[in-house]
Design a protein around this ligand. Structure first.
Ligand SMILES: [Zn+2]
Length: 161
């Protein structure tokens, strides 16, 4: 049997083992061409490890409310990552939010680390890629509960003292 290996070179002797199976792959029923839609986004950008739809996607759609400041913060980071400016605007305190919110689309958010949180604050580092190279944004955000809903008030860069 050891000599059979030489047949791989296309040798002409006793080629009874040549298989004709290579043409089988293209059966139409199995072809999975096509769109994987945004709703099938596998994991949430906030880094929870859960599916986007089951995590911050619920909040973005308005199907659920953030129950803690940290949950709101994570969902706001995820909104930056998926480009949901409307969600960012409506979870921003009316006193401090900009009149008009435009996202910097040249920035791709790549990760979130929550360093600490309390009842109404969250400290985090968010990383991004941009045409100028990768960077990080550190912030200690403050939140407030208004009519039962958490909203973002403002933030400061920590560690500058
Ligand atoms: Zn999430």
């Amino acid at each position: 049997m050891a000599r059979c290996t030489e047949l791989a070179d296309g040798g002409d002797r006793r080629s009874g083992h040549v298989t004709h199976a290579t043409q089988r792959a293209n059966r139409p029923g199995r072809v999975t061409v096509g769109a994987v839609t945004a709703s099938l986004r596998p994991t949430c950008p906030c880094g929870s490890g859960e599916a986007y739809d089951a995590c911050c996607g619920r909040l973005h759609r308005g199907a659920a409310q953030a129950e803690t400041a940290e949950e709101l913060m994570r969902s706001r980071y995820a909104a930056f990552a998926v480009g949901d400016a409307a969600y960012l605007w409506r979870t921003w305190h009316p006193r401090t939010r900009p009149d008009d919110l435009e996202l910097d689309t040249s920035r791709t958010w790549t990760g979130l680390r929550v360093l600490g949180s309390g009842e109404d604050w969250v400290q985090f580092v968010a990383s991004y890629d941009s045409p100028a190279g990768p960077g990080e944004q550190s912030e200690r955000s403050r939140f407030e509960r208004r009519a039962g809903r958490w909203v973002y008030v403002d933030g400061e860069t920590p560690g500058s003292d």
